[in-house]
Design a protein around this ligand. Structure first.
Ligand code: A3P
Length: 289
């Protein structure tokens, strides 16, 4: 039995435990030097937070080995019974803080915009996210049973999954990228040339690192190395919460894996829906790799 249920909150399906204490989110106090890593689930959150952690540590691996829940960088809105919530963890965290979140932009605490905080948004193509999210549902006790893949694709397409519609999420953040300090990145670009994308991050943060440190970060945050890093692969999280017996959290780490999972019919149905949802937006994804 799943330990939690997904409820509708301000138009977005979300874990009821996250929702229960939302006043803490509404009144969350951002600090001017907070940097937020915002994503729809499975878009590369863990990857970019590892990159950010390495940047903040100046490439010093020792500094990156601090022990904490959720890969050191707290997930702001997440509450799991029996564990300190994201907000609890963040309130006692020393500045400069790194903060992860999956919330759609309209659920972001106002304080971040008042303080003009920087946000790195990471987007990943809809089909690879669907596949990754399906496997993730089978690992996480707090998420509902996804049922068979065919059902999940439909639910996902219709936004009837935790954190709601992928379409609304990626478009919502995209539309406001120039209004706030938002660096909008793509998983597929990170796969193609991680060094180039890390340089974009450095530029956005007005930070500089030597070529040597940059190379070190690229290496340390590669899928191969991160899969073996217990500070990044979530192996420290108990099985009851995240069961990695059948699938590892660091599952495949590729662009285009959806082709191994979507049937021709599912793909056609998805494409038709996709065109409707993405009509008129200047936001484009590289789904065909
Ligand atoms: P797959 O399930 O497709 O393998 P999130 O951190 O947002 O939950 O996203 C998890 C997804 O990012 C998983 O995708 C995971 O394998 C992938 N990922 C994590 N670290 C990665 C890395 N260093 N390089 C490429 N993909 C990575």
């Amino acid at each position: 039995e799943a330990i939690t249920r997904v409820v509708s909150f301000r138009g977005v399906p979300m874990s009821k435990y996250n929702v229960e204490n939302w006043e803490r989110m509404d009144y969350f106090q951002a600090r001017h030097d907070d940097v937020v890593i915002a994503t729809y689930p499975k878009a590369g959150t863990t990857w970019v937070s590892e990159i950010m952690d390495m940047i903040y540590a100046g490439g010093d691996l020792e500094k990156c080995q601090r022990d904490a829940i959720y890969n050191r960088v707290p997930y702001m809105e997440i509450r799991v019974p029996g564990m300190p919530s994201g907000v609890d963890q963040l309130e006692v965290l020393a500045s400069p803080r790194l903060i992860k979140t999956h919330v759609p932009i309209h659920l972001m605490p106002e304080s971040f915009w008042e303080k003009n905080c920087k946000v790195i948004y990471v987007a990943r193509n809809a089909k690879d996210v669907a596949v990754s999210y399906f496997f993730f549902h089978n690992m996480v006790k707090a998420l509902p049973d996804p049922g068979p893949w065919d059902k999940f694709v439909t639910d996902y397409m219709n936004g009837a999954v935790s954190y709601g519609s992928w379409f609304d999420h990626v478009k919502g953040w995209w539309e406001r990228r120039n209004q706030y300090q938002i660096l909008y990145l793509f998983y597929e670009d990170l796969k193609e040339d991680p060094k180039r994308e890390i340089k974009k991050i450095l530029h956005f943060l007005k930070r500089e690192l030597s070529e040597e440190v940059l190379e070190k970060i690229v290496h340390h945050t590669s899928f191969q190395i991160m899969s073996k890093n217990t500070m990044a692969n979530y192996k420290t999280i108990p099985n009851e919460l995240l069961n990695q017996t059948n699938t590892a959290f660091m599952r495949k780490g590729e662009a285009g894996d959806w082709k191994n999972h979507f049937t021709v019919a599912q793909n056609e149905m998805f494409d038709t829906h996709y065109q409707k949802e993405m009509l008129g937006t200047s936001l484009h994804f590289r789904t065909e790799i």
